[in-house]
Design a protein around this ligand. Structure first.
Ligand SMILES: [Fe+2]
Length: 283
């Protein structure tokens, strides 16, 4: 009882500190072009904004794509066709300059800072291959991420994603506004699951399926999302999907211990490789 009161007081202090930091930083936010403001506005309104690498027009995109397809071609065979639960193959590629330079493009940092409302940090990037599965588990369940109060994930499809490849799917924020009945019904279901996530059937009891938003798209599709705020998952798939996942949080985030996975050894790190001109690419 005593400990729980202490915890509540410390949580309250932390939230008040956060509100004060937001107010203090509001006038220091970097200016945005109209097209980038649109991304921030959609993130605030829906929790998601979908665009393309071409529309973003970042100078480091061609190096990123070259490095991505090179790494994909070097990924070992997952050898999982006999398994009933096929886990994703995840490589942490944050240490490779082609990946981190794209993630640290000023345009992206400015978008993240304007959305989060505080100084931000680029936590890292995962190259990820997801496999066919028949049942929902892990990130196939509807869930919310928990690294920070607000965060930005940028998902880049490296292969065409149709329904059969399991697109990213989400519930628009307008259907579950903070403190609405739907918000609490979903919160309760997530709590009952131990925050692991809920199935399509459980979500249908609160939000009808036709209101869920699926994000299919060709290779090069870019999805900005706040996975802490927007309920989301990867749809069940019958064919592989390859994508990059970039992660931004406030600096420092609320749960730094959940962010180490984007740069430490939690997931495999590819070996450095030699390019045709014999320069070692990993630095
Ligand atoms: Fe997630």
């Amino acid at each position: 009882m005593f400990n729980s009161t202490i915890n509540k007081i410390s949580e309250l202090k932390s939230e008040l500190g956060h509100k004060a930091a937001l107010l203090n930083h509001a006038r220091k936010l970097p200016a945005l072009e109209a097209s980038d403001r649109l991304i921030v506005d959609h993130l605030k309104r829906d929790g998601v904004y979908v665009t393309t690498l071409e529309k973003l027009g970042l100078g480091s995109t061609s190096d990123l794509l070259k490095a991505s397809y090179n790494q994909l071609s070097r990924m070992t065979d997952a050898n999982n066709s006999h398994l009933t639960k096929r886990l994703p193959q995840i490589y942490t590629v944050t240490d490779f300059p082609e990946f981190s330079q794209w993630g640290q493009e000023q345009k992206l940092l400015n978008i993240a800072e304007n959305y989060i409302g505080l100084p931000v940090t680029f936590q890292g990037v995962h190259l990820r291959k997801d496999f066919p599965n028949e049942n929902q588990f892990g990130t196939l369940l509807w869930h919310k991420d928990s690294e920070d109060r607000r965060m930005v994930k940028i998902i880049i499809y490296l292969s065409d994603v149709e329904e059969k490849h399991g697109p990213f799917e989400y519930v628009p924020l307008s259907l579950t506004p903070l403190h609405s009945l739907n918000y609490y019904r979903i919160y309760y279901k997530l709590w009952k699951s131990g925050y692991l996530g809920i199935t399509d059937e459980q979500l249908k009891e609160v939000i009808p399926e036709h209101k869920w938003k699926s994000c299919p798209g060709p290779a090069g599709t870019v999805i900005f999302t706040d996975p802490k705020i927007a309920l989301h998952h990867g749809t069940l798939r019958s064919e592989d999907r390859s994508a990059l996942f970039y992660v931004y949080t406030a600096n420092p985030p609320k749960r730094p211990e959940l962010c180490t996975q984007y740069w430490d050894d939690t997931f495999a790190k590819p070996e450095p490789y030699q390019e045709a001109n014999s320069v070692t690419v990993f630095r």
